[in-house]
Design a protein around this ligand. Structure first.
Ligand code: SDX
Length: 445
């Protein structure tokens, strides 16, 4: 009797049949194990954008896009956002369990003791133009950490080496991010203070100056902590996959995280929160909403409703739900100035979600739709929104990198392709070359 946990592929050109095992996870979609697909069939599996591809198995995060469910090590994101704090969620993502009192204290102590940067690293900032996008600075500075934590002194495949990478990245990202912001302002760097919590310390480094300490309100500290939790990890998204692709070659983990920062920067990914605020400001008033909805539906127009749609969620992004609720409460408490923007966002959401195009394509608000409004309410400039996302997502990147590095059968990621280029042809001497297509439509200056 055939083993039922298999899938059979039939090549109708010659009626050859190929059988592949079906692997089951704890729950969620099963996978067809196609690792031997090429060796068995001589064909590659074609899936640009990886819409139907599971790149790995993982125990860290589970997303059910149809039901709008997000779990971290089995805990619902709604519960973690409401009842936990960011250091605890970091511990959970890294270790698989929420910490007890003792372990939480130890973990926070480790993070607290590594928040400062090597003084030489500070010199890297002055190499950037003052008007650089802070994400350009972050790609450079995070990458530079790999020269301060190099293979000469650490074996990052060992438990000790791994924890050095984990603890230094988690501890230093807020310091580096705050310094990128200060550098853009022309203000002096503010050093971390060990007596402050993770989120409070980050706000202190962002907004204190030598002339005066910034004492964030409890509501602001809590809002930032929730934002960090809600952006901490999200399965095999583009930036996490970038970190793991780089890490699969055994590259330095600090350099791998720098690659993740670069990938997150894109407007289709972590750069969307910045684009949402620009879009809301461009819409300006409720009367203009329909015009922009029509633009988003117009295939000839490249405009997309930023903060809407998701590769996985075909229902509400549960993080957007938490953020909307939280945004509403926060603005009442700390910043009525942004209430009109929030009102415009909720109206835009209401109209879009009742539009047949958005309903048919299952486009809902994602994590980026409301996060920008909270960040504005906290006093962050739009250019820093994705930097905050990068600070939050560092734990996701490094947890997923750690899980991959701990695998004994870890292979380098090396996809193949469908070749559609020229057939083999003889070399042509330059005198014989005719009608060569110009490289650029215009003239190269
Ligand atoms: C994040 O992967 C993650 O988990 C990411 C993230 C994380 O935590 O790591 O959740 C964080 O990146 C959230 C997404 C932030 N990006 C945006 O808000 C940018 C706007 N959204 C889109 O660009 C888009 O929805 C994506 C990139 C998010 C998802 O794109 P997909 O899955 O590749 O889907 P698609 O582009 O093929 O869109 C499917 C259809 C298309 O129409 P058709 O070609 O089928 O006719 O839906 C349309 C798209 O044109 N569409 C939109 C739209 N998003 C998709 N139309 C208008 N406005 C939009 N926002």
């Amino acid at each position: 009797m055939k083993n039922k946990d298999t899938i059979t592929v039939v090549d109708n050109r010659n009626n050859n049949k190929f059988e592949f095992k079906i692997k089951k996870g704890s729950f969620g979609p099963d996978v067809a194990d196609l690792t031997a697909f090429y060796s068995k069939t001589g064909m590659f599996v074609y899936d640009p954008g990886f819409t139907s591809t599971a790149s790995c198995s993982s125990e860290i995060t589970f997303i059910d896009g149809e039901k709008g469910i997000l779990l971290h090590r089995g805990y619902k994101i709604e519960d973690l956002a409401e009842k936990s704090d960011y250091p605890e969620v970091c511990y959970l993502l890294l270790n698989g369990e929420l910490p007890d009192v003792e372990n939480k204290k130890k973990f926070i102590k480790i993070l607290t003791n590594h928040t400062m940067l090597h003084e030489q690293l500070l010199r890297f900032y002055s190499g950037f133009r003052r008007d650089s996008h802070p994400m350009a600075v972050m790609v450079g500075i995070v990458g530079a950490l790999s020269s301060f934590y190099s293979e000469k002194n650490y074996d990052f495949s060992s438990t000790e080496g791994m924890w050095v990478a984990v603890s230094r990245l988690l501890a230093k990202l807020p310091t580096m991010a705050a310094m990128a912001y200060k550098y853009s302002l022309g203000q002096p760097f503010i050093y971390p203070k060990n007596n402050l919590s993770y989120s409070e310390n980050f706000l202190h480094m962002l907004f204190s100056t030598p002339c005066g300490e910034y004492h964030p309100s409890k509501a602001s500290i809590e809002a930032l902590d929730k934002l960090l939790i809600l952006h901490a990890d999200h399965e095999q998204n583009a930036s996490t996959s970038t970190v793991k692709m780089a890490g699969s070659s055994g590259a330095n983990p600090f350099a791998c995280v720098a690659a993740g920062v670069a990938s997150l920067w894109g407007p289709a990914h972590g750069g969307a929160n910045e684009s949402v605020i620009r879009m809301l400001n461009e819409i300006g008033s409720v009367n203009n909403i329909q015009k922009f909805i029509e633009k988003a539906k117009d295939k000839t127009d490249s405009f997309r409703l930023m903060g809407f749609g998701h590769r996985v969620y075909k229902n509400y992004d549960p993080r957007a739900n938490v953020l909307r609720k939280y945004c509403h409460n926060l603005l009442k408490e700390i910043d009525s100035f942004n209430v009109p923007l929030f009102k415009l966002a909720t109206k835009l959401e209401e109209i879009a979600l009742n539009d047949s195009y958005f309903i048919k394509k299952k486009l809902y608000p994602n994590v980026d739709f409301y996060s920008g409004i909270i960040l504005k309410a906290l006093g962050m400039p739009e250019s820093m929104f994705t930097v905050i996302f990068a600070v939050a997502r560092t734990v996701g990147w490094i947890s997923q990198w750690k899980e991959m590095t701990e695998l004994t059968n870890n292979k380098i990621s090396r996809p193949r392709q469908l070749y559609t280029g020229k057939n083999k042809r003889e070399f042509i001497e330059i005198e014989e070359r005719r009608n060569i297509k110009k490289m650029y439509p215009g003239e190269i200056k």
